[in-house]
Design a binder for this molecule. Structure first.
Ligand code: HEM
Length: 398
């Protein structure tokens, strides 16, 4: 009897060991395929088509080199009147374009990335919907925004888009114009005061004001009545952005994100703080609607998303993908990251261009005074359609 029991244990142990070994071999084979075989195969295929690029470190790719060159360039000032911004803003990319052509390959970690700087080819790629975000950018975006519109694809993206779309209808955006005007006027008044105090002349850091007014407008349009709390969430999102940038170069190390490094812990704590605050804002809004038996969640982006979510509950629950509290929070985070840096930079750059091209500045001012009056009429959304010259200036600037 004891002999049979020993035999059984031996068989069981041997089977477990075999399964474990097979699993380890499977994992190793997967990693060899991902880190060695596939990169080599892609490199061979692309080289055969004449697409080459800088030599890269195994697994690390070109990330470290890119970060180093970018940091060195960021310390330099741009020459006044020099609008060839590529060598300054994306020095590594500009350098590679010169050396390897307008279509070249570089390695984002072990992931091959084709960089295209040819307008016709860019249009073809965008039209074919074959674009996917490189792994490292995806990881970066996910830390900041979770799984919102920018970080989802396919069916999941389609559902997010359906929920978010009503918030971006033209008439809804037009309804937000008065609050935008209020934020912009308050900044302009502050500038006027400063100029007066400075005896007619004052030096201002325009980018700082543009960043502030953009964050203010997004907080108002996204969170409406919950503006104060929304603005605080944005401040934490900005800290998260800075922390995540500090760690970006380590993202290529597999498993780095789950290591308990001081930076990762700080990132995690900030993420928890943001999620808690957003959850509180959303739950308070839902509670108020239930308590007051009010049918409307409000006309801000959050309210419009909540309305769309409640109307779609049936489909959302029935489908394979889900849109609940987490997805609502992730899209609130997305609005900030998608709208903040982009808008603030566009405004700053446009101001810089107008400051150095005074004839265009005068044309723009004349048009604004002609359409809107000299501050004597209340501003309304229909005036925006008539600002043709201002629109052209923004298009040129972008
Ligand atoms: C000058 C200002 C802006 C520029 C240049 C800009 C540019 C872009 C670009 C190029 C994309 C496509 C990204 C991709 O497909 O990977 C995008 C997507 C997006 N942007 Fe903007 N954006 C601006 C302002 C805003 C603002 C103010 C918001 C909202 C508050 C916003 C929300 C979004 C969202 C939600 C997406 C994802 C859309 C989707 O995947 O369906 N953007 N933006």
């Amino acid at each position: 009897m004891a002999y049979f029991r020993d035999q059984m244990w031996s068989i069981l142990f041997a089977s477990l060991l075999t399964v474990l070994l097979m699993w380890v071999v499977y994992i190793i084979m997967g990693m060899v395929d991902k880190l060695v075989i596939t990169p080599l195969r892609i490199k061979r295929i692309m080289n055969r088509q004449g697409v080459t690029g800088p030599s890269a470190y195994w697994v690390l790719g070109n990330i470290l080199e890119m970060v180093k060159i970018g940091r060195a360039e960021a310390k330099k000032d741009m020459k006044t009147g020099d609008y060839d911004i590529m060598p300054h803003v994306q020095p590594y990319e500009a350098q590679n374009c010169q050396a390897y052509g307008k279509m070249h390959m570089w390695w984002s970690g072990w992931q091959a990335t084709i960089r295209i700087a040819n307008l016709d080819l860019i249009k073809q790629v965008l039209a074919k919907d074959v674009f996917t975000m490189p792994q490292i950018q995806f990881q970066f975006a996910s830390v900041l925004m979770g799984k919102g519109l920018i970080t989802t694809e396919g069916e999941e993206w389609a559902l997010h888009r359906q929920i978010v779309n009503p918030a971006f209808h033209q008439e809804k955006l037009k309804a937000m114009v008065p609050i935008m005007e209020k934020c912009a006027s308050s900044m302009a008044n502050e500038w006027e005061e400063k100029v007066k105090d400075g005896g007619g002349c004052v030096e201002l850091e325009v980018s700082h004001y543009m960043a502030n007014v953009t964050a203010d407008i997004i907080a108002h349009t996204a969170f409406g009545s919950s503006y104060e709390k929304g603005r605080k969430v944005f401040e934490h999102q900005l800290s998260l952005f800075k922390l995540t940038l500090q760690g970006l170069q380590y993202f290529i190390i597999p498993g780095y994100r789950i290591l308990p490094t001081p930076l990762n812990i700080k990132i995690l704590m900030t993420q928890i703080h943001i999620s808690r605050s957003l959850k509180e804002i959303i739950q308070t809004r839902k509670y108020m609607v239930n308590m007051t038996k009010n049918a409307s969640y409000g006309n801000d982006l959050l309210g419009l998303m909540l309305t769309a979510t409640s109307q779609k509950t049936q489909d959302v629950k029935g489908g394979k993908v889900h849109f609940g509290m987490q997805q609502l929070m992730d899209n609130c985070k997305t609005f900030f990251f998608a709208g903040y840096e982009t808008t603030a930079t566009l405004l700053t750059w446009t101001m810089m261009l107008l400051a150095s091209h005074t004839t265009w500045q005068e044309c723009a001012r004349a048009e604004v005074i002609d359409v809107c009056g000299d501050g004597d009429h209340p501003f309304n959304a229909n005036m925006l359609d008539k600002l043709k010259m201002v629109l052209r200036i923004f298009c040129q600037s972008i």
